[in-house]
Design a protein around this ligand. Structure first.
Ligand code: SF4
Length: 708
């Protein structure tokens, strides 16, 4: 037995990016505790983080060796890495030769490490010659990416967590950090407890734990965020609670915005939002009087058919008040996944290239072609997440390689996703365990190393890059994802461009793509990251502090990343384009997370302590809606929509608004036999610009379940 040894690493669940000290117990098992020296969590961990070691120690459901089958009616057979990757490469080559490079696709994950994300993109865009690589992060933050780009000139989060303690007005819109980003929320709570003048406003159709702890809860009707933000903007303008110097010197678009927000009276807006005028006035006043105004948001804004407009309307409030680029001020999109930000850095979206370059920009394509020295990069935007599965369903996309994600549970309109998988000619699933529902559709299954079994880097929501240590060996023949990609690239004939001595070399190659860009991290190396976390950009010239270096805040000089260096205020339309309610489907379904589960539960459901919080799926329904339908507490109900149905227990609560209901997003077939798969019901509409689905607004009806 080896001696117990401690390693610093980073939590692999959410985008907060908490530091962890993991102890290798010497018997293949580890134990975790919060890293007291880490600038993000200062030793704290939430329920998921503090139980992370169970997901490593329990190897009972792990994939141990490659498997494949000649057709889907046959059982999977164990094979070797060489045999499996030879066959996979041969099939990919056949499709590419016969139907062109756009006949294949990679669907990856915001849980991939930066090195892996970079290699997947290099392989597809720089060598296969297609841009058909997208990520499950498309489902959670792509509206924020577009929002930042349109308003600030680039996908750049301007703030940091330390701004929490510098602010005195925190507006949380479409987010429940108390459950979904718990360590951020603990910092908010501690700040409020220490400084009673700090005010928290929450905008959410549900009375969540965050909303309950807030000074103001604007319990708006789903889909009315833009109307609310415009109403706040109108009050700020009417009272001249603006920063006129900032508007004049650093922004464009204010006059169009003024006209837009005056289209509705406060009374009209309050009625559309379903909240009282006084609360909107109070909110505007709190923002105006704040020395530090921080807005925070996640899925309530992003996962919407008008997600980009929702983002822009909120960012506008920081711009018209000039509350950006200063300590305690700015718009802060919180990321759901641990490396959603790292994925954005390497160009992990179907329309992006490394270091915030864009496929649509010929110069950017040329730069990356020259850097990679591979094939010509296609000028055709690749298929985004939902488009990829639609294309499989239609038989256009032939082969898909799914990495570290479970689309059968996480994509909207699950029945379409299931049809897509059935129609796919060739499916590769690369994962750590056999819990992913997607595996039953696979032709090839590849076992991957899990967190703590491989090294690499991730970037959290505040642009902070952290190093993750390898602590124990992966079980069986499981390999780090980066190694799997390189082995496959060699089988495809590009071995010379995918040969690395170690993971540090891969990271170094990626950092060189950032040279001269706004996310320049050419000063960052594994050596440095093993000592400190770093917020990009970092080129070696910034102030150095104990455990953190780099750039805390962007735009402090009032210059933005737009061509004329001025931020753009967008006068966005405030109509909601979600699915229409009808007599058959009169209720609005919202979906979301619960405190102790993560995504499709493939990791968290292995931890008994986490399952105890809310062990089975349920639907929250308002007492008046339940009464109208004779539904009793805990009774099994059927929720029906245009695309499918689910059956779950009813939880009658006025935490949801009348006319709406809420279903957790986590349960799927393997773990919940389809009873609670929320995405059976969700809308297949997406935002026109971000392509992010409308998870928070689907038309349904809820009735008593009568067994036939
Ligand atoms: Fe992990 Fe997020 Fe919890 Fe921190 S807040 S311990 S990163 S799940």
């Amino acid at each position: 037995m080896k001696e117990a040894k401690k390693y610093k690493t980073t939590c692999c669940y959410c985008g907060v990016g908490c530091g962890i000290v993991a102890t290798d117990l010497g018997n293949g098992k580890i134990h975790v505790e919060g890293d007291k020296e880490h600038p993000v969590n200062k030793g704290m961990l939430c329920s998921k983080g503090m139980n992370l070691h169970y997901t490593v120690n329990d190897k009972s459901d792990r994939l141990l060796y490659p498997q494949m089958r000649m057709n889907r009616s046959m059982p999977m057979q164990r094979s070797t890495w060489d045999e499996t990757l030879d066959r996979t490469a041969a099939i990919f080559k056949t499709f590419i030769n016969k139907y062109g490079p756009d006949s294949v696709g990679f669907y990856v994950s915001g849980q991939c490490l930066t090195e892996e994300y970079y290699l997947w993109n290099k392989l597809m865009k720089g060598f296969i010659g297609s841009n058909n690589i997208d990520t499950n992060s498309r489902l959670c933050m792509s509206s924020a990416v577009v929002g930042y780009k349109l308003s600030l000139g680039e996908d750049s989060v301007p703030v940091c967590y330390d701004d929490i303690e510098e602010s005195d007005c925190i507006l949380v819109e479409g987010a429940n950090p108390a459950w979904c980003h718990p360590i951020i929320w603990r910092r908010v709570e501690a700040h409020k407890a220490a400084s009673p003048n700090v005010k928290i406003i929450t905008v959410d159709p549900r009375r969540t734990q965050t909303a309950s702890a807030s000074d103001v809860h604007l319990q708006i009707n789903p889909g009315s965020d833009v109307t609310l933000n415009h109403a706040i903007g109108r009050i700020l303008i009417e009272n001249d609670w603006l920063d006129n110097d900032f508007l004049k010197n650093h922004t464009d678009g204010f006059e169009e915005y003024r006209t837009k927000v005056f289209e509705k009276t406060l009374t009209e807006s309050a009625e559309i939002c379903g909240v009282d005028e006084k609360s909107i006035l109070k909110t505007a006043k709190l923002i105006a009087n704040a020395k530090g105004f921080l807005s925070m948001w996640t899925m309530g804004l992003n996962q919407s058919v008008i997600g980009v407009n929702k983002n822009l309307s909120l960012i506008n409030l920081s711009l018209i008040t000039g509350k950006i680029g200063k300590a305690g001020n700015g718009p802060f999109s919180l990321t759901g996944q641990p490396n959603a930000m790292g994925g954005r850095e390497v160009g992990g979206l179907a329309n992006m290239l490394a270091s915030h370059r864009e496929i649509a920009n010929p110069q950017h394509r040329t730069e990356m072609e020259e850097f990679w020295g591979g094939n010509k990069i296609s000028d055709k935007i690749g298929l985004t997440a939902t488009e990829m599965f639609k294309s499989l369903e239609e038989g256009k996309l032939k082969a898909i390689w799914i990495v570290c994600t479970n689309p059968m549970v996480s994509l909207p309109d699950s029945r379409m996703a299931e049809l897509a998988m059935k129609n796919a000619k060739f499916v590769v699933v690369q994962d750590i365990s056999n819990r992913a529902d997607t595996i039953k559709f696979a032709d090839v299954v590849l076992p991957a190393a899990a967190w703590a079994e491989k090294e690499g880097t991730m970037t959290n929501a505040e642009r902070r890059i952290s190093y993750l240590n390898k602590i124990v060996d992966a079980p069986g023949e499981a390999l780090p994802d980066a190694e799997i990609i390189c082995r496959f690239a060699k089988k495809m004939g590009w071995g010379a461009k995918f040969t690395y001595e170690n993971f540090s070399e891969i990271y170094h190659e990626f950092t060189q793509t950032t040279k001269g860009t706004n996310i320049d991290i050419t000063g960052v190396s594994y050596e440095l990251l093993k000592e400190k976390t770093i917020q990009w950009p970092y080129t070696n010239a910034e102030e150095k502090v104990k455990s953190s270096i780099g750039t805390k805040r962007l735009f402090q000089n009032g210059e933005f990343y737009t061509p004329n260096k001025r931020a753009k205020i967008h006068a966005v339309p405030d109509e909601n384009l979600s699915e229409k309610l009808s007599q058959d489907f009169p209720l609005i379904l919202l979906t979301g997370r619960i405190r102790d589960q993560w995504h499709t539960m493939t990791k968290t459901a292995r931890v008994n302590k986490l399952n105890q919080h809310l062990p089975i799926p349920y639907v929250e329904i308002h007492p008046n809606d339940a009464k109208k339908r004779n539904i009793l507490e805990e009774e099994i109900v059927e929720i029906k929509g245009k695309r499918g149905d689910v059956k779950v227990k009813a939880k009658i609560t006025d935490e949801v608004k009348q006319g709406t209901c809420f279903l957790p997003m986590h349960w799927g077939r393997v773990l919940g036999n389809d009873f609670g798969r929320a995405n059976n019901l969700t809308s297949n509409l997406v935002d026109a610009r971000s392509k992010e689905p409308d998870f928070k607004f689907s038309a349904v009806e809820v009735t008593k379940y009568v067994k036939s």
